[in-house]
Design a protein around this ligand. Structure first.
Ligand code: ABC
Ligand code: CA
Length: 492
């Protein structure tokens, strides 16, 4: 599937080891202590068995953890833990048998496709993970000292890697690209992607992987750690939508990568969402500025981004605040903009784990409860986005605009959707006051709207003013009444 196919979707991020146990073990109430960094037993068959849960929230795409065979470390594990997450490749031509068999994976992909959903696979091509047997407490001093490449496929020679050097200065781009991530105990041996044979090998690997399994898209790990000129050929060889991870807060730095891949995660915007909604003192004008930066520095502005509030690498949002007003606003932000909305498993359950590894709680511990407030909130946002898309053919090609900001609120329009977000907090009522007529939002005086999160009807007055009061610091998302069906609001 292409970038424009994906633009119509919303994505649920599945961390395979933590989402669902295989059907035979599902009811056994197995525990999972995220802090132990050990495999908890989630599998591809588990995901397949719980697609209803994901679809019930309105998602029509999933992103799964990397699928290839992983480095095994001795137990008890080193400080970095084990490869339960899938980001420690050792053999890129074999599947990770902890997640199931080849036929389990194919069965999952078929099940996803038969529901009309897409599946995105995560891939790691910057490094192979290694275990330093000689001095796991000290940094390696020479290339691959203490490391055996027995069993690696491919890249089982020292010469397949850049010479060892740790990344110590993220401001030095050559170092970022050619030195090594990871720790002394588990160095992530940096593949020599300057070598043309290695480049060709990766291009052919991704081409085969995609055609063999019919994945619809790629989440690409560690994009800033390989030279930019590597990426267009890789993306072409995959022939599907590419969404890259460039972990940096600078919009200009991150945005340039959209000239090499279809899209990148909106890490700069994420930082601004955090500052805006983490407390009742966040700045709305800084958030507005970041929207401006996205339009300046990203190819097609926000259209070339993946929009997220949480992922498996960052502390969960409710670890910063338990104010449900703030949490709902921050989640809403990811659904009303130009980027591809992505929700990390567990957000719907209001999981609140802090930094890695505590942000990787098993979802089965929630019993896949569908009555939770955030499960319903996310469902409403998915339904509203779908209704906007169905209601107006221009929704997907219209850039979100900032209408106004005030101390505690920001009004945003992406016709036919109009939103007002606030960081006033759950203890307060919010006053929405927007003049719609003069702003090119597509609304006019006397329009009949529905605020779709509370399912309340509201009319724009004769002079084009929209006034609305939100309760408990909630966000407000409006659509024209004519577009609101019973999937969005059962009472209407
Ligand atoms: C494990 C343990 C951790 C332990 C670590 C040493 O070992 O879990 O508790 O601290 C995988 C696993 C991790 C594992 C690592 C290392 O491998 O998931 O659990 O950590 O073994 C991607 C993936 C990530 C994955 C890998 C490796 C890469 O999403 O899940 O990790 O395949 C860098 C990379 C980024 C990478 C990330 C983990 O490391 O660039 O691709 N993520 C600065 C740098 C970033 C850097 C980041 C690290 O620090 O600029 O490049 O990310 O925290 C902002 C700034 C940013 C700044 C941040 C901290 O602040 O703008 O620039 O980022 O404001
Ligand atoms: Ca590299």
């Amino acid at each position: 599937a292409s970038a424009s196919d994906w633009q119509k979707r919303t994505v649920y991020q599945v961390m395979t080891d933590r989402f669902a146990l295989p059907p035979s073990e599902d009811a056994q109430g197995k525990t999972c202590d995220a802090s132990a960094q050990l495999p908890c037993g989630g599998t591809w068959s588990g995901i397949q068995n719980h697609l209803d849960y994901i679809q019930a929230m309105g998602f029509n795409a999933i992103w799964i953890s990397p699928i290839v065979s992983q480095l095994q470390v001795p137990l008890p594990p080193p400080a970095d833990g084990t490869a339960y997450h899938g980001y420690w490749p050792e053999n890129i031509y074999a599947l990770n048998d902890a997640f199931g068999s080849d036929s389990d994976l194919r069965s999952l992909i078929n099940a996803v496709h038969s529901r009309g959903m897409y599946i995105m696979v995560d891939v790691v091509v910057n490094h192979m993970a290694t275990y330093n047997t000689t001095s796991p407490s000290a940094a390696p001093t020479s290339p691959l000292a203490g490391i055996s490449l027995n069993g690696y496929n491919p890249f089982n020679q020292d010469s397949d890697y850049h010479s060892f050097c740790p990344i110590t200065d993220y401001g030095n781009q050559t170092m970022v690209e050619q030195c090594w991530l990871g720790s002394a105990a588990v160095p992530l041996a940096d593949v020599n992607t300057e070598d043309q044979a290695t480049v060709d090998l990766y291009y052919s690997w991704i081409n085969t992987l995609i055609s063999n399994y019919t994945f619809d898209g790629l989440r690409i790990d560690t994009v800033k750690h390989i030279r930019k000129s590597f990426w267009p050929g890789f993306a072409n060889a995959s022939s599907v939508f590419t969404l890259g991870e460039v972990l940096d807060g600078d919009a200009q730095y991150v945005g340039d990568y959209t000239n090499y891949l279809d899209a990148v995660f909106d890490y700069p915007g994420w930082g601004m969402i955090l500052q805006a909604f983490q407390t009742t003192g966040g700045s709305m004008s800084m958030l507005a500025q970041s929207i401006q930066n996205t339009s300046t520095y990203f190819k097609n502005g926000g259209f070339s981004t993946g929009s997220f509030l949480e992922n498996h690498d960052q502390p969960r949002f409710p670890s910063f605040t338990n104010d449900t007003g703030l949490i709902k606003n921050a989640i809403a932000y990811t659904f009303i903009g130009d980027g591809l909305p992505i929700v990390y498993e567990g957000q719907e359950q209001e999981y609140s784990g802090g930094a890695v590894p505590n942000n990787r709680e098993a979802i089965w511990l929630s019993a896949y409860e569908q009555d939770k407030p955030l499960f319903k909130h996310i469902t409403s946002l998915n339904m509203a986005r779908q209704a906007a898309m169905n209601g107006s053919s221009s929704f997907l090609s219209t850039h979100m605009k900032v209408l106004s900001t005030s101390a505690h609120s920001i009004a945003l329009a992406k016709y036919p959707m109009l939103a007002s977000l606030t960081n006033i907090g759950q203890g307060s009522q919010g006053q929405v006051s927007v003049s719609v007529g003069s702003l090119g939002t597509g609304y006019s005086a006397n329009s009949q709207l529905v605020e779709v999160l509370s399912c309340t009807e509201v009319n724009v007055d004769g002079s084009g003013n929209l006034a609305f009061t939100t309760q408990q610091g909630a966000p407000a998302v409006f659509l024209p009444s004519s577009m609101v069906n019973s999937k969005v609001c059962t009472n209407l």
